[in-house]
Design a protein around this ligand. Sequence first.
Ligand SMILES: [Fe+2]
Length: 224
Amino acid sequence: MEEEVEINFHEPANLGFVVCKVPTEILNEIKKEVQEVQEDFEKAVDNRHNLVGHINNEYTLEKSKSFLEPFLLEIGQQYNNRYNYVSTVSGVMSGKIGFDLTLDGYWVNFQKKHEFNPMHHHAGVYSFVIWLNLPFNHKDEEAIYPIVNGENRTSKFTFHYTDILGNLGLYSIPADRDLEGHLVFFPSKLNHSVNPFYTSDDYRISVAGNLQIKPNVESIWRKK
Ligand SMILES: [Fe+2]
């Protein structure tokens, strides 16, 4: 009789990302500030010198920061609970002292038809993008270049990462109208890009930013 053996597959852990809806109250505060910026670009604070986007209108945000920050910190906490990520980020932490996260950079992109964000990563520990206005749907976008080898990535938000073989992998999120009001949250070092869209003359409006780590002073004192 042939011996039956169990074949066990092992999959080493990897980091992931979060997609979720932004609570309406917070979203309204962000929209209010973004609208003020949009009403007069001349008065807004230009943020292009900090960003790699091939996008002509990118501005710093401030007023809605205090509404958004607690929500981001909660997601950061949950992310860390799942992946124990923050303690691996910096030697300063080394699990011996506590840490706090703080919303550091925070800005809005008004992306026009044909503009794009090349592959890049951010400064910080965690980063996020909130999609406020995505004036297209992917069926229409894909029809512009209907014949491509592999996945059609027109207008998509794409993560670029190395797999277990060291090969470059791509993971695209089809961020169109259906994902307005949603957020994607990821480790800052995770490379990503945004491809151009072609089927609308409206702005694709996204808000983005970074959470930075700061040592918890009280926990340092407790150690002494
Ligand atoms: Fe980015």
